[in-house]
Each structure stands twice: as structure tokens, then as C-alpha cells.
Design a protein around this ligand. Structure first.
Ligand SMILES: C[S@@+](CC[C@H](N)C(=O)[O-])C[C@H]1O[C@@H](n2cnc3c(N)ncnc32)[C@H](O)[C@@H]1O
Length: 292
């Protein structure tokens, strides 16, 4: 259970992954200098360890080193694909659903003319706000919209913060769909549909069904218990996976046309970087869909 101001554990993990990747020099166009700034001191210590190619001594530290490096490898193509899709169609309004410790509003200069609406679980968002204090946004404005997708009215919350339907919106939904059940994904999709003017773009990162991923989570749970380290996935179980066909059907039902839908493994291979996490990469997908 989250306290009133505790960041989501998975949000911290992916932010640490971005901070590790930001220290690597073979990551092509990937860059996220905001990631390290959004972390707390103890979270940054683990990043420093993981940025070293030599594994640390001891099972517990070694496990964390492996986990952060694996996360970093998956995060690179995912971030680059989403950044490219945002840049390709910059709107006045960018809504980041389940923003976690996303740094786009602070690092993407292309958003200088955009209002960024950061939607997240109220507890995670509170933590993000205090972590981002003193950072200067690159976006025209950052508006915080506290919403629990399973409980609150996303449409009312966005409108209350000044979201408009008289112009297009770019929606970013990264790393969140797996933590929502199908009903909540469909309900959120209905709101996206209602609030999207022609010209809007929706970018969704989701997980394809995979037995090996489910097994990997079980192994991670067992290993973290044995090494007496916290399991970042413990409080946020996977609730939905989608085949590319099911995701396409969902988006098309709401009037969006899929421009592309790539698996992260294909994107990583295409980039020419060394690929180690083939299975994790293969299960992650980024779909880009537009409303004409
Ligand atoms: C893995 S993190 C991803 C964060 C960010 N999008 C990124 O990629 O760095 C998952 C995010 O989804 C949010 N989330 C999960 N379930 C949620 C819910 N029911 N309502 C609102 N946010 C939720 C968490 O608070 C967290 O910030």
C-alpha cells in the first residue's frame, strides 16, 4: 500500500533504468538527464553501481545491478520510440497517463509550445512534485492531474486542469497498461476518445502475453525474498496483456488508426546496439495511432 507521498516502486525502477542508460555511451539518440535528478540519493547509489560494467560483490547487490541494467536496456528503445512519436506530431496539449517519474516535460525542448498534463495516482504524483521542485520545465506549462484510473473520473480531472477538446492532444501511455485490468484500460480509452479532437495522436506502450515474462516475475519475487531485498514489482502486479491484434481492435473501436506497432526487440536490433534482454524486449510493444 502506498503512503500519501510514496512514488510507485515501478516508476522508480524505470526512472533508475533511464538514469543508468543515460550514463551509457552506446545508446544512440537516447538521452534523459532528468532521470538522475528525479531520484532520491539512495536510489541514485544503485544507479551508480549499475552504470559500472563490473558487477558488485554479494548476491543482493549483484541482483540489483542485473535488474537495473536489464531495465535500462529495455527502456532505451521504448523511450526513443515514444520520444520520436511525440516529436513527429507535437500538439499544444500533451497528456502523459501514469506519468510516474517521466521527465519529458522537463527535457523535451520540442514541447516549448505545449501544455503537459501529468496524470498519475495521487500518492505517486505527490512524490513526483516534490522530486521535481527546482527543475525548470522545457514545456510551456506542466499541470498535475491526480487520478486513480480505477476510481476517479479522468475526464473531469483533465477538464478541471484546463484540457480542451477544440484542438488535438498527444497522449502518452507508457508502462501503465500492464498494471490496469482490461475494464480500466477500456474505460480510459473511452475518455481518450471523448477528449480527442481530429489530429490527436495516441502512443501506447503495452506488454504482449508471455509465459516467460510471468515466470520471470515469479523468479524475481523468489530471488528478492531470498536476498532480503525489496521486490519493486511486488505491490504492482501485472493485470493485463494485449496481443497486437487486440490492441489494434481497441484503438480502432475508438476511431484511431494504427500508424505503427513495433516490438522493442525489433527496434533494439534495428538500432544496432548489443541486445541481451531478448525476451523482455520482445514482449514490450509501442503502438502509435492517429485520429483523422
Ligand atoms: C511503471 S510506472 C511507469 C511510469 C512512467 N509512465 C514511465 O514510463 O516512466 C507505472 C505508473 O502507472 C501509475 N499507475 C498504476 N496504476 C495506476 C492507477 N490505477 N491509477 C493511476 N496511475 C496508476 C503508477 O503510479 C506509476 O506512476
Amino acid at each position: 500500500m502506498k503512503s500519501a507521498t510514496t512514488a510507485s516502486r515501478t516508476a522508480v525502477l524505470v526512472c533508475q533504468g533511464r538514469a543508468v542508460a543515460d550514463m551509457w555511451d552506446d545508446v544512440g539518440p537516447f538521452s534523459d538527464p532528468t532521470a538522475a535528478r528525479l531520484l532520491l540519493d539512495d536510489e541514485r547509489v544503485a544507479v551508480d553501481l549499475a552504470s559500472d560494467d563490473a558487477p558488485p560483490p554479494g548476491w543482493g547487490l549483484r541482483m540489483e545491478w542485473e535488474m537495473l541494467r536489464a531495465t535500462a536496456e529495455v527502456i532505451v528503445p521504448r523511450t526513443v520510440a515514444i520520444d520520436d512519436a511525440v516529436r513527429e506530431r507535437v500538439s499544444d496539449q500533451v497528456v502523459i497517463l501514469g506519468a510516474g517519474l517521466d521527465g519529458r516535460a522537463w527535457r523535451m525542448t520540442e514541447l516549448a509550445g505545449s501544455d503537459v498534463f501529468e496524470v498519475d495516482h495521487p500518492a505517486s504524483q505527490q512524490a513526483k512534485r516534490s522530486r521535481a521542485e527546482g527543475m525548470t520545465p522545457a514545456a510551456r506549462d506542466v499541470r498535475f492531474v491526480p487520478v486513480d484510473f480505477g476510481r476517479d473520473r479522468l475526464d473531469e480531472a483533465l477538464v478541471a486542469q484546463g484540457h480542451r477538446t477544440d484542438g488535438p492532444t498527444t497522449w502518452v501511455w507508457e508502462g501503465v497498461v500492464p498494471y490496469l485490468d482490461r475494464t480500466d484500460v477500456e474505460a480510459t480509452m473511452r475518455v481518450i476518445d471523448d477528449l480527442s479532437a481530429p489530429g490527436s495522436r495516441l502512443i501506447v506502450n503495452y506488454q504482449a502475453p508471455s509465459t516467460s515474462a510471468a515466470l520471470g516475475r515469479l523468479v524475481m519475487g523468489a530471488m528478492t525474498t531470498l536476498s532480503r531485498r525489496p521486490n519493486p514489482l511486488a505491490g504492482e502486479p501485472t493485470r493485463s496483456t494485449w496481443t497486437a491484434e487486440a490492441m489494434r481492435e481497441l484503438l480502432e473501436t475508438h476511431g484511431f488508426t494504427v500508424a505503427r506497432d513495433d516490438d522493442l526487440l525489433a527496434l533494439a536490433v534495428e538500432s544496432g546496439r548489443p541486445v541481451r534482454q531478448r525476451r523482455s524486449l520482445a514482449n514490450g510493444r509501442v503502438v502509435v495511432a492517429d485520429l483523422s
